[in-house]
Design a protein around this ligand. Structure first.
Ligand SMILES: Cc1ncc(COP(=O)(O)O)c(C=O)c1O
Length: 419
């Protein structure tokens, strides 16, 4: 069952809201650190294990710095994410550059930083050669298993997904880059997102281990690492259960002992690039109830909207909601919790049973710590909120201020009409 316990109470949030008006994001540093350590411990048996945090999930340097201190690297997919990582001191092989449809200048920056470049297509070998002064000494390829695996709603069915090389292309790509001077090799895949079944990741490990064996046998290519991608899910719904990381580590260890060790391929480092499970459950969107209306349905209007958190509107995703101070009140009012966008899918909850909500009540939208703020936008002239950190000592640090009207106009080369 999901943990519904909050690391704060109503009084604490009212105090914070006096300085930082709602809506705002709040991240729990202690929980992020504990969870990071747990993941590393679960794979501690693998000497080279590394988690490259998917920067896109929570692209805030303060969060990245915490994760760097815990020993994580960064998985970047764009120039801005590379620069973010560099600014917090994650460089070199601490960066995995897993991008797609990548402009030359982004590859160039990744190369300059010494990042591990993960190519999304066989044609990108020539592209690197032509636009970026050749291939680096270490190169990784992203594998798309196509019909061999099933994906899910967020990432799509692998056979229909735009990412990665086919199996046949993989076996062409490694010898090709070896001829051009690549000496160190990695293999990556990412076939599911928000997956709660750990068996899925065990199967992914099996698939990559099998490829490692075949690449050695057929081409004498010895992989240095396999990257299982991200995608470990989190229990958004109260009845769901988090992935048992210790069991996952154990089961992949057994597979490693059965497949990799006897083939003489040990040590083979295991990498992951999770985002959601690293920060998702430890970030909250705090918002205030400002309107209610009773028409064909009963609505609660809040001061956050889909521009702050678009997962519900985009994927129909469930996010649990707690009404602060009413944690134990009966959930006997059915409502839609909505934002102010001129879009009818701007709803944080649809026909949800919640306690009676009074205007001014504070609502906590759970599990917003990954792919939350990051997906925000300015449609309808909505400004992005602040991000706050609940520090280990209980203090609050603003780690990103809220946007202002000046920010909104900053990119408009328009000084106004002279009257
Ligand atoms: C290539 C790649 N790696 C890692 C991630 C992180 O996924 P998650 O946050 O589900 O762990 C993503 C998500 O979009 C991705 O596209």
């Amino acid at each position: 069952m999901k943990n519904l316990q909050l690391p704060f109470d109503e009084a604490k949030i009212r105090k914070i809201a006096a300085d930082y008006p709602t809506p705002f994001y709040l991240y729990d540093e202690r929980a992020i650190r504990q969870n990071a350590r747990r993941l590393l411990r679960a794979f501690g048996w693998n000497q080279g294990f590394r988690e490259f945090f998917a920067v896109k999930a929570t692209p805030n340097p303060h969060i990245l710095k915490i994760l760097r201190e815990e020993g994580f690297g960064a998985d970047c997919s764009s120039l801005a994410e590379l620069v973010l990582s560099e600014r917090v001191g994650i460089t070199g092989d601490g960066i995995m550059f897993t991008s797609n449809d990548t402009p030359a200048k982004e590859y160039l920056r990744a190369k300059e930083l010494g990042a591990i470049i993960n190519l999304d297509d066989i044609t990108h070998i020539d592209y690197l050669d032509k636009h970026c002064g050749g291939v680096p000494e270490l190169l990784c390829f992203r594998y798309n298993p196509g019909p061999q695996r099933t994906g899910n709603v967020i990432i799509g069915n692998p056979a229909e997904a735009k990412y990665g090389l086919t199996r046949e292309q993989l076996f062409q790509a490694y010898p090709l880059v070896r001829e051009r001077g690549v000496r160190r090799f990695g293999l990556h895949t990412m076939v599911a997102s928000n997956e709660l079944d750990r068996g899925y990741f065990v199967e992914t490990a099996r698939m990559l281990f099998q490829l490692a064996l075949e690449l050695k046998d057929r081409l004498d290519i010895r992989l240095e690492f396999v990257n299982l991608g991200g995608g470990i899910g989190i229990p958004y719904r109260p009845e769901q259960t988090a992935v048992d990381l210790e069991a996952l580590g154990r089961e992949i260890h057994e597979l490693y002992n059965a497949m990799i060790v006897p083939a003489g391929l040990d040590p083979l480092a295991i990498y992951m690039e999770n985002g959601r499970m690293v920060t998702g459950p430890y970030g909250y969107l705090i918002t205030t109830a400002i309107h209610q209306k009773n028409i064909y349905r009963y609505y609660i209007g809040v001061d956050a909207c889909m521009a702050n958190l678009m997962r519900p509107g985009m994927y129909g995703a469930y996010h649990h909601i707690t009404v602060l101070g009413k944690e134990n009140a009966p959930a006997d009012h059915v409502c839609d919790v909505v934002g102010s966008l001129c879009e009818n899918n701007d709803k944080f909850a649809i026909q949800r049973s919640l306690p009676k909500i009074d205007m001014g009540d504070l609502l906590v939208i759970h599990d917003a710590g990954a792919h939350g703020y990051a997906m925000g936008f300015q449609y309808n002239g909505k400004l992005r909120s602040a991000e706050l950190l609940l520090k280990e000592d209980g203090g609050i640090q603003q780690i990103r201020r809220a946007e202002t009207m000046d920010d909104y106009f900053a990119t408009l080369d328009f000084t106004g009409v002279n009257r």
